[in-house]
Design a protein around this ligand. Structure first.
Ligand code: PLP
Length: 428
């Protein structure tokens, strides 16, 4: 295939603006091909995509099976308005997801990405309480959480340099610490106090693992204790599985580790195998029924031009086919097993202040005296080091993250671990 590679980066930088990037001095790598865990740059250098391109890719790049299904779908129907119309792949996504989801989630609502999946959940929750004639205006969220970049999803996220310019426009959210064995009773008290002092619409949480916090982890048992209290107070449980869903934590959903089912669940990233943008918010029948009425003003007034796009839905169905194959889960299990071994081997290295893993996700906190958080130099240096080695790592602050596509093999994982050890020894 002929690709105009000359001046690609120059052209890109002349016309395009990149996400989460200070464009002054931005270093952009032109990628022209992907296959499995690898992507290739314009000079032919190959990289292992060790972070699945922002944790979206689960079956590998340019997956042939998904590509064929999307292509076939294009020949039949590429898109149709999803208000007043449907198509076979949308209904199939609904049926298949509902069968896989925690059992009280029985309806799905389509949007475009992770932030909108959360935005939709927040709007459904607020309108639900309006319809209940018990209006509630506040959400509870975890310290350090990240739920997206739209105004609602920013409002329930940790305030930081990401949100600072928009602060005046964000709604108020009450925050509780993530639970540990040591602070559990204090967090329960915090939660009970907020439940007493505010009209709480819902508790929004990233179950078991907070991605942008740096893959911070908390136990299912402790989280369940907090969910139990929310349940007793009739607060809606809103699980943000945008990152944790579709195998990342070793099970299909992080909520599958919990005893309490959520009332609303947000999905994106891995849902389409990581190749086409989509958000899905699942809701319980009880919530859905509150909107179900002869009165049209009680409809849920939210939608996107591309809601339930047929190509994207075909990609979701193809990805779900691949999740029915044993090899996908043996990949998930292999990564999980090897991450645990590596954590045990590396955790006492002086360059590491903490090492942890859950399912396919590994996080290593680099020892550092730089307290600039997200902008930590240790992370920037590590990023460049790993690129040299042909690894896409993109640390968060001083935290190295490995969350590869599930088709990665033993040798490729060993190469990642070895490169991390080389980095730790080199930067000592
Ligand atoms: C837990 C969580 N929620 C929401 C989002 C936002 O998703 P998107 O980037 O698709 O808008 C992210 C993105 O990293 C996430 O990790």
């Amino acid at each position: 295939m002929e690709i105009a590679l000359e001046n690609l980066v120059e052209k890109d930088l002349k016309y395009c603006w990149h996400p989460f990037t200070q464009m002054k001095g931005a270093k952009i790598i032109p990628i022209v091909r992907g296959q499995g865990v690898y992507v290739w740059d314009a000079d032919g250098k190959k990289y292992i995509d060790a972070v699945s391109s922002w944790w979206v890719n689960v079956h590998g790049h340019s997956n042939r099976y998904i590509a064929d299904k999307v292509y076939q779908q294009f020949l039949d129907l590429e898109h149709v308005i999803y208000a007043g119309f449907t198509h076979p792949r949308a209904a199939e996504v609904g049926e298949r997801l509902v069968k896989l989801l925690p059992s009280n989630l029985e309806k799905i609502f389509f949007s475009d990405n992770g932030s909108t999946a959360v935005e939709v959940a927040l709007k459904i929750a607020l309108q639900y309480w309006e319809l209940e004639e018990d209006p509630r205006d506040t959400f509870i969220a975890f310290e350090g959480s990240y739920h997206g970049d739209t105004f609602g999803s920013m409002s329930v996220s940790q305030r930081s340099s990401f949100t600072q310019p928009f602060e005046r426009h964000l709604f108020n959210t009450v925050v509780i610490d993530t639970p540990t064995k040591d602070n559990l009773e204090a967090v329960k008290d915090q939660l009970k106090r907020h439940l007493k002092e505010n009209k709480i619409a819902g508790f929004v949480f990233e179950p078991l693992i907070q991605g942008v916090r740096g893959m911070a982890m908390h136990s299912a048992e402790l989280l369940d204790e907090l969910l139990e209290i929310c349940r007793e107070h009739g607060v809606l449980l809103i699980a943000d599985e945008v990152m944790s869903g579709f195998g990342r934590t070793g099970k299909m959903f992080a909520c599958d580790h919990l005893k309490n089912d959520p009332d609303l669940m947000c999905m994106s990233k891995g849902i389409s195998g990581g190749c086409l943008a989509i958000g899905v918010t699942a809701a319980s029948q009880k919530i859905y029924d509150r909107f179900y009425s002869d009165d049209r003003t009680k409809s849920f007034f939210h939608g996107h031009s591309y809601s339930a796009n047929a190509l994207t839905c075909a990609a979701v169905c193809a990805s779900l086919d691949l999740f029915e194959k044993e090899e996908t889960w043996s990949g998930v299990n292999l990564i999980g097993r090897k991450h645990v071994e590596f954590v045990n081997r590396i955790k006492s290295h002086p360059g590491v202040s903490e090492a942890r893993s859950l399912g396919t996700v590994l996080a290593l906190e680099l020892s550092t005296d730089d307290s600039t958080g997200y902008f930590n130099k240790a992370g920037t240096n590590a990023y460049d080091f790993f690129l040299e080695k042909g690894l896409i790592m993109r640390p968060i602050g001083n935290i190295l993250i490995v969350a590869p596509p599930y088709c990665i093999n033993d040798q490729e994982l060993d190469y990642i671990y070895q490169s991390i050890e080389d980095y730790l020894n080199y930067s000592e």
